[in-house]
Design a protein around this ligand. Structure first.
Ligand code: GTP
Ligand code: MG
Length: 202
């Protein structure tokens, strides 16, 4: 898929104020600082579309971007930011859950996993809630440029095995680096396929 157009639409914490749910939508979620905003910029080829920060907790709102006048990409705030206050964590949970549970045009959630780390409890717990709610999702390993091949495949293997303790089947997965532009075509082609399916169904 070629990205001809990518524009910011709106930011908010209220799903009632999100754009009308009349196009397929894909949201990026994961721990704070895992690289959600960077991945959105890498996929769209727009360096400054989503705001990036070296400090965790940069993205605080639900941010909608419209792509090719045809589908939405959504940048969500991260979870697990240690320095966030308890009330802001609770607020996060509330509005993110409302978004995930109610957004009718949300076709697939992209759950980002930092490829450098051993499986994190908070990621596994979040993935488990998606399973319980039967929300379609895929896994995206990020920052793979920071590892050599052997360490990367070891870490992915460990993550898969941990998943298999709870899941019968593994979800689809993507290996990415926003820094080195890895995984772009795979993700865009996958979205393209899902878009075709979405519009055929309508
Ligand atoms: P929050 O909005 O705070 O939840 O963070 P986020 O998940 O949107 O992360 P963001 O894209 O802001 O990136 C966080 C940091 O990781 C930045 O310093 C990025 O430059 C860096 N980063 C993101 N992706 C990559 C990558 O593929 N490779 C490397 N080396 N660094 C990356
Ligand atoms: Mg962000």
């Amino acid at each position: 898929m070629i990205i001809k157009q990518a524009e910011f639409v709106i930011s908010n914490t209220n799903i009632d104020k999100c754009p009308a749910p009349n196009m397929p939508e894909y949201a990026f979620i994961g721990r704070s600082n895992v690289g959600k905003s960077s991945l959105i910029n890498m996929l769209t080829g727009r360096k400054k579309l989503a705001k990036i920060s070296v400090k965790p907790g940069k993205t605080q709102l639900i941010n909608h971007f419209i792509i090719n006048e045809n589908w939405y990409l959504v940048d969500l705030p991260g979870y697990g930011y240690a320095k966030a206050s308890k009330t802001s964590k609770e607020k996060w949970q509330k509005f993110i859950n409302r978004y995930i549970d109610n957004r009718e045009n949300l076709v697939c959630l992209f759950v980002l996993i930092d490829s450098r780390l051993e499986p994190q409890k908070i990621d596994l717990e979040f993935i488990e809630t998606l399973g319980k709610k039967q929300i379609p999702f895929v896994l995206v390993y990020t920052k793979t440029d920071k590892l050599n091949k052997i360490n990367l495949s070891n870490n992915i293997e460990i993550f898969r095995n941990t998943m298999l303790e709870k899941w019968e089947e593994l979800p689809k997965e993507f290996i990415t680096s926003s820094e080195k532009v890895v995984g772009k075509d795979d993700i865009l082609n996958y979205i393209d396929e899902l878009n075709k399916f979405y519009y055929k169904k309508e």
